[in-house]
Design a protein around this ligand. Structure first.
Ligand code: NHF
Length: 497
């Protein structure tokens, strides 16, 4: 049973990805940094995710935790049983990660996402995890399920397992990292799928309707507490504009909905120690950053120029990240301002082709790398002057915080976590950590970029801005304490039921 926080809570995170084992996006990153920060506060935070075939078992040797977990595929077919095992990895600081093993659904697949039976794979993760908890000696005081892939956990606990003496006692926090992804369909057409409103029982693994289950809706409906990754996004998703068809449900659950801004791992992201930088530096030795700019220009085939304004963009090359705006203005900015532009990240072919074309037109001024790479991301943060994040929506966003930590000034849209982490520059008041614009339109983005390029010409003012950005505290410690309060609240709500 739950303990008070002095003796530490036992917390189990369930997610489809967890760094450093498998990371596709920000969720994977959070699944490493947040449990670590909670452990540093004295809690026993563990993570369970699938044992994908791509996990490097040479680097992370796995041991068996529980063998032969039987997962029933559905009610109608009592013989449809899938066998899974749970493996464990304990890191050097004692942090425990669990992995649900299944040959057919995880081991044999090269990628984390993108299969026609993804929903089945996540229902298996939910059922396998719950069966594991029943058999394991270690029982969590609270479970944190993240995004649609683990939304089936709160659902099952409150339906199929509602009379289970162990599972029915465990409160569930459901964390929304991105509301847009709700299942294997476009949320725009969700009204066409009334049947899958979330009330119907979870269908058998082999029933085609399973592929239409809305894991996000179910997670929000059944969790004791729902949270998302920034206070502003928590408010935005209550509106039709950002609610992706779930705003009504979220409004019904408003008293249980909270927003906690993500943090970053300030230990591994440290310009004073980062081995992948050409030169290490601190706010006191900003001159050294120039060496990183030169190294970055070499890496991306740009013209050597320590004085030119360099702007980076790191993240998925998609509409969410604002690439439709960027591609509308980049050509004219290139013609009118002397700057260099670098893009890093995988994504949509249309944008990629456009950027490649422009790159050929402006030789030595545009650099691209269309797949994600940690080292290059940090090289951009450590060598570029500004980081563009003009997202259409942004639950939290991590790159703007990482950029600030490295003295790379964010140019962001005032939305979601970007609004909560970057303040607009006011040179008169000597305040602000970046350039913030409100409207999602090419004109507003152009103005913000020009403001940044203009200020860059004033070295003294620019340096003051860089120092302010670098000394902002985005470590997880603060957010982790807020998570503990959230867990305590979930425990109370669950007991009151
Ligand atoms: O930072 C991790 C990430 C967020 O804004 C990001 C997103 C997905 O879209 O919480 O999840």
């Amino acid at each position: 049973m739950p303990k008070d926080s002095k003796s530490g809570l036992k917390i189990l995170f369930v997610a489809s990805e967890a760094a450093p084992f498998v990371k596709v996006g920000g969720l994977g990153e959070v699944m490493s940094a947040l449990p670590k920060a909670l452990r540093e506060l004295g809690h026993d935070a563990r993570v369970i995710s699938p044992k994908y075939g791509t996990i490097d078992i040479e680097k992370y040797p796995l041991e068996t935790e529980v063998n032969n977990i039987k997962v029933v595929s559905g009610d109608k077919d009592p013989l449809g049983i899938l066998i899974s095992n749970v493996l464990r990895y304990i890191d050097s600081s004692g942090g425990v990660n669990y992995f649900l093993e299944n040959m057919e659904y995880y081991e044999k697949r090269a990628n984390v996402y993108g299969y026609a039976d993804d929903a089945v794979r996540w229902v298996l993760l939910a059922k396998g995890t719950l069966e594991f908890i029943r058999q394991s000696k270690w029982k969590p005081d609270v479970i944190v399920a993240s995004d649609w892939q683990s939304g089936f956990i709160p659902n099952l606990i409150h339906t199929d397992y509602k009379d289970d003496p162990i599972l029915s006692k465990i409160p569930i926090v459901f964390s929304i990292h991105n509301l847009k992804h709700q299942g294997m369909f476009d949320p725009k057409f969700v009204t066409e799928m009334e049947f899958y409103s979330g009330q119907a029982p979870i269908t058998d693994f082999f029933d085609p309707r399973t592929q239409k289950l809305n894991g996000m809706r179910r997670g929000i409906m059944y969790a004791d507490v729902v949270n998302t990754v920034s206070p502003t996004y928590a408010r935005e998703i209550l509106t039709e504009e950002f609610g992706d068809g779930l705003d009504k449900l979220l409004n019904e659950r408003k008293s249980r909905l909270f927003g906690i801004l993500n943090g970053i791992d300030t230990e591994s992201l440290n310009p004073e120690k980062d081995k992948d930088l050409a030169a290490n530096y601190s706010p006191k030795s900003l001159d050294k950053r120039q060496e990183n700019k030169i190294a970055l220009q070499k890496q991306f085939g740009l013209k050597d120029d320590k004085d030119v304004f360099v702007v980076g963009m790191v993240g998925r090359v998609t509409e969410q990240k604002g690439f439709d705006l960027v591609t509308q203005i980049l050509g004219s900015l290139m013609d009118n301002i002397n700057f260099q532009f670098i893009v890093l990240g995988e994504g949509d072919t249309g944008y990629r082709l456009y950027l490649e074309e422009l790159k050929n037109k402006h030789t030595g001024r545009i650099g691209t790398h269309f797949s994600f790479d940690h080292r290059l991301a940090r090289m951009i943060c450590g060598g570029a002057d500004a980081m563009l994040v003009p997202s259409r929506f942004e639950p939290s966003g991590l790159v703007q915080m990482e950029a600030m930590r490295y003295g790379c000034i964010p140019i962001v849209r005032k939305v979601g976590g970007l609004a909560d982490s970057v303040t607009d520059l006011s040179p008169e008041k000597e305040e602000g950590t970046g350039f913030v614009f409100e409207k999602y339109d090419p004109f507003s983005l152009t103005i913000a970029t020009i403001r940044a390029a203009e200020l860059y010409r004033n070295k003294k003012e620019w340096e003051k801005l860089v120092k302010r950005a670098m000394t902002e505290d985005f470590s997880w410690a603060k957010s982790a304490k807020e998570y503990v309060k959230l867990f305590e609240m979930a425990l109370r709500f669950h007991q009151e039921k």
